[in-house]
Design a protein around this ligand. Sequence first.
Ligand code: HEM
Ligand code: HEM
Length: 240
Amino acid sequence: MRACSDSAHPVYHGLSGWINPEKCCASNVFGVNCVPILMGTIVEPAYLTGSTKFTWFDKFREFKVMKQYSKRMVIVHWLTLILLIAAWYLGDSLDDATDDSKATLAGYIVHISVGLSVLLLAVFRFYFRRRDGVPPPTGDTPMDKLAKGVHYLLYALLYVLPISGIMTVITSSAGKALLAGDANLLPKEHGYRSVFAHTVHEQLVNVLIALVALHILGAIKHQFISKDGLMKRMMLRRKD
Ligand code: HEM
Ligand code: HEM
């Protein structure tokens, strides 16, 4: 049972403070590659680390560093990607439809439903993240810090982007059209020009695309240059 060997990061130990996993593994106490934890010293992980989750085994009373995101975090991550692609495609079609003065209410309803699902998933994700924890960071280089910053910005966008969409509906005639079920009330060509929320919504989509591109580049770098198996952390298939 290799509890510590996968992380180059210190792990919090309730009794003796921070343990360097490498040292921890070198100690090889009781024939397992980790320092055993004494009764009563188990630490509530979310409280101490804010995120990293540990589980422990009665037999050895040892820490086990989380190696992958929980299954439900993985499902929500990939489902969000699918919904974002759908919302982006539908939003773009709505924009074209407005230009042709052929926008349909159905298109709006589908776009709004998909967008609101993204928001709902973001709320679930926040809860799952707190409950399940996340694997420890892969490193502490400026690139790792950049990746973490990108993750925070992506999370922020998953809330702010749908909210700007809601504001677009509220502050334009789209709201009235939806309430009345009358497509003629929808903003016509350039009808959103004076709607500030729409400009914000549009620009946030561009920011999202740029950040997701950066995020994917990071994943590619890990997969093909660093070859550290980072992608496996976001996969349903369990490592052990
Ligand atoms: C988070 C997911 C979302 C994405 C990726 C997204 C994407 C887009 C895109 C690409 C456009 C076209 C922008 C343009 O070039 O004019 C758009 C327009 C719009 N979106 Fe969203 N949106 C999302 C969520 C929402 C939500 C939750 C709502 C409302 C509750 C909403 C309401 C609107 C409205 C009213 C428009 C204007 C349609 C038009 O330009 O003709 N969106 N969205
Ligand atoms: C093809 C597209 C994508 C790939 C290959 C990808 C890959 C990954 C991988 C491998 C991780 C784990 C990183 C780690 O363990 O440090 C991750 C985390 C993450 N991804 Fe993606 N991702 C993609 C799309 C997206 C999209 C569209 C979003 C949302 C807008 C997103 C948001 C996040 C966030 C916020 C995390 C951090 C999770 C956390 O620590 O709570 N990803 N992604």
